[in-house]
Design a protein around this ligand. Sequence first.
Ligand code: NDP
Length: 333
Amino acid sequence: TVKWGLIGASTIARQFVISAIRAQPNSEIAAVMSSSPERATSYAKENGIPLAVSTLDELLGSDIDAVYISTTNELHLEQALAAIMARKHVLCEKPLALTSADARRMVAAAKAAGIVLGTNHHLRNAGSHRAMREAIAAGRIGKPIAARVFHSVYLPENLQGWRITRPEAGGGVVLDITVHDADTLRFVLGDDPLEVSAFTQTAGMAGGGLEDGAMCIWRFKSGTIAQSHEGFTTKFAGTGFEVHGSEGSLIAKDVMTQKPIGSVLLRTAKGEEELSFDREDLYTRSLRQFHAAIRGEGQPSATGEDGIWSLTSAEAALQSARSGKAVAVDPKL
Ligand code: NDP
């Protein structure tokens, strides 16, 4: 049995990850840690978790094998390093840390300790994105030329907190959503970004100097170029992911989401074909891969290195927006 400790009494754990852990055979949630003892107790009660604690030492000293870190972003580094020291496997939310240098420290520590470290980039687990990746790898669109990611949403009211008010907690749409888009582009294209040029905006929601909208242009190693749009303020935009190649186009709608929904259309000289894909819950698949990695079978769906790549990409986008220049994406791996 894999016994999990939750670091962070978060919304994402409550909405998706607790049930994904419980969907695995031989798996249980043994403890939850919140910085507030009252919130730890109420969260544990509401979610049927036997132990509630309010310090990291208590959590790491309890009978657990793995931790899921879903606190605000500035806390991930210290919590992950402590968990690794205590020899617990770590599934960490994105962004892994506030800087790529810190993310590299986490990955190096996990490697040195022989601990599994995964980044919870859920979109890699979506059947839609996996179908697109397979279609591209199988040559169904010929040579990829350009990609477009539409991932500007409306941040739900219950999440209009630290993301739009606290720069020191790693708020802002780039660390929140651009990291996912950078990772999904790498995954679907099977390619790595070389450089990015970005504009950001504050369109009425975020304060504290944080951005709530971003448009990025990426150049990949193979020569493919891509654009991605991330936002917190557009209520009616819808989401999508397109890849256009020399022999065909993949057009996916409603796929930049936490749910296994949406559609993927392949358009070629032969006409249009809806690709069918697996509709498994994204987080359940992520947890299954993570459990397999603990058993020594393969890797988490997104590794620590993937988390370094996505954070380096987001960092470069922010630097580009500040400087007005294209910035190289170099994860130093
Ligand atoms: P929340 O704001 O729900 O939780 C973050 C922290 O805020 C919690 O750890 C908790 O601290 C504190 N908190 C939560 N509710 C309250 C409250 N009512 N009053 C005071 N403090 C509260 O964040 P999210 O769940 O949205 O995000 C957490 C992490 O997960 C982030 O790193 C984010 O980037 C990532 N994320 C990833 C997603 C994915 O699909 N991969 C989706 C959404 C988020 P404490 O633990 O001390 O109680």
